[in-house]
Design a protein around this ligand. Structure first.
Ligand code: TRP
Length: 332
C-alpha cells in the first residue's frame, strides 16, 4: 500500500487558504493511501515562536485537521516532536546532503532574506528535517504545493545518495502527489497576494475559527472593482479580486471557475457576495464549531495525538534500526 506523509506547521491560525489549499485535500487522500499527518513543531522553531503560542497553535492545527474530517482511526495524526526519530534521522541526513544542495533552496533564501548570517542553523537545515519526516516512514508519496517541490526533490536526492553511499536500497524515492483540486486562495484585500496568516490586516483572510458574522463582514468588505461579474473566464483578465472570489466559490462548492461564472456572470458583487457568504458559512461553520469543541476540552485531542505518536514511532523504529545498522552505529 502506498504511504503518504504530510506536514503542516503550527504557526498561527489556519485560514481559508490553508483549508482549501491543503487540509481539505488530505481528507480525500485518506481513502486512497495509508496516511501520516504531522504537526511539524520542530520545523516551526526554525524561526522564533513564542512558547505559549506554539503550544496553543499545535493544538489548534491538530483540531482543525480533525474537524476538517481526518479520521484518527484510519490515519496517524501526531506531533513531530513526540517522535524523536525525526530529529535522529535528520542528523544523519545532515551528514548525507551537501552544503551546495541546501545553498540552492529558494525558500531559505526568501526566509533568511538579506541577513543570512543571522538566520538559525535550523532554518538552513530545515529541508533535511523534512526529508527525515518522509524517509523515517519510507513514505512513497508526499502531497506538495509549488512551494515545497524543491524540498521534495532534495529529499529524493538525499535518499538516493544514502542508498548509493551505503550500497543499500533502504529508502524508496518519494513521489509528489500533485493535487488538482488544491485551490490557490488570495488575500481579500489584494487579489494578487496570497492569503496569509502574516498579513497585518485580519480582513485579508477568513480564519477557520471565524464565526458567521465575521465571515459575513469580511466578505462584505472584501475588495472588488466597479464592474459587474464577467460572462466569461477571459473577462477576468486584469480583475484579480473578482477571480479570487469566484475561485473561492468554486473551491467551496467543489466546482470550477467556469461554473461559477456561468452562475454569477453579469450579476453584481453584492448579490454574489451574499451567496458566497452563505456558502462559506455553511462549509466552515461545522468545522469551526468542531474545532472549538476539541479545544474547549483538549483531553480528547491530546489522547488522539498520544496514540498517533505511538503508532508513528512503531512505524519509524524499525526504519531507524535499519539505518543505524547500515551506518555502523554500535547496537544499543
Ligand atoms: N515544509 C512544509 C511546509 O512548510 C511542511 C512539512 C514539514 C512537510 N515536513 C513535511 C510537508 C513533510 C510534506 C512532507 O508546508
Amino acid at each position: 500500500m502506498n504511504r503518504i506523509f504530510s506536514g503542516i506547521q503550527p504557526t498561527g491560525n489556519l485560514h481559508l487558504g490553508n483549508y482549501l489549499g491543503a487540509v481539505r485535500n488530505w481528507v480525500r487522500l485518506q481513502n486512497d493511501y495509508e496516511c501520516l499527518f504531522c504537526v511539524v513543531d520542530l520545523h516551526a522553531i526554525t524561526v522564533w515562536q513564542d512558547p505559549a503560542e506554539l503550544t496553543a497553535h499545535t493544538r489548534e492545527v491538530a483540531a482543525a485537521v480533525l474537524a476538517a474530517g481526518i479520521d484518527p482511526r484510519r490515519n496517524i495524526l501526531f506531533v513531530q516532536s513526540h517522535n524523536p526519530d525525526h530529529a535522529q534521522l535528520a542528523w544523519i541526513l545532515n551528514c548525507v546532503a551537501r552544503m551546495g544542495w541546501l545553498n540552492r533552496m529558494t525558500q531559505f533564501k526568501d526566509k533568511a532574506g538579506k541577513n543570512r548570517e543571522n538566520a538559525s542553523v535550523g532554518l538552513f537545515a530545515y529541508p533535511n528535517l523534512m526529508s527525515a519526516d518522509i524517509l523515517a516512514y519510507r513514505a512513497t508519496h508526499v502531497p506538495v504545493g509549488e512551494d515545497q517541490k524543491q524540498h521534495l526533490e532534495l529529499a529524493r536526492d538525499t535518499a538516493q545518495k544514502f542508498n548509493n553511499d551505503y550500497g543499500v536500497d533502504l529508502f524508496p524515492l518519494p513521489e509528489p502527489v500533485i493535487l488538482a483540486t488544491a485551490a490557490r486562495i488570495m488575500s481579500l484585500r489584494d487579489g494578487t497576494k496570497k492569503m496569509s496568516k502574516s498579513d497585518e490586516s485580519d480582513y485579508s483572510r477568513i480564519n477557520m475559527t471565524d464565526d458567521a458574522d465575521t465571515i459575513e463582514l469580511k466578505l462584505r468588505k472584501a475588495k472588488t472593482d466597479p464592474l459587474p461579474l464577467p460572462d466569461s473566464v477571459e473577462g477576468l483578465e486584469g480583475r484579480p479580486e473578482a477571480a479570487n472570489l469566484l475561485d473561492i466559490w468554486a473551491a467551496l462548492s467543489d466546482g470550477t471557475r467556469a461554473a461559477a461564472i456561468e452562475r454569477f456572470g453579469g450579476r453584481t458583487f453584492s448579490e454574489f457576495k451574499k451567496e458566497l457568504t452563505e456558502l462559506a458559512v455553511s462549509v466552515l461553520g461545522p468545522i469551526s464549531s468542531e474545532m472549538k469543541r476539541y479545544l474547549a476540552d483538549p483531553a480528547e485531542l491530546d489522547a488522539i495525538l498520544a496514540k498517533g505518536a505511538a503508532d508513528a514511532r512503531a512505524l519509524s523504529a524499525p526504519v531507524l534500526a535499519d539505518v543505524s545498522k547500515v551506518v555502523g552505529f554500535l547496537k544499543a
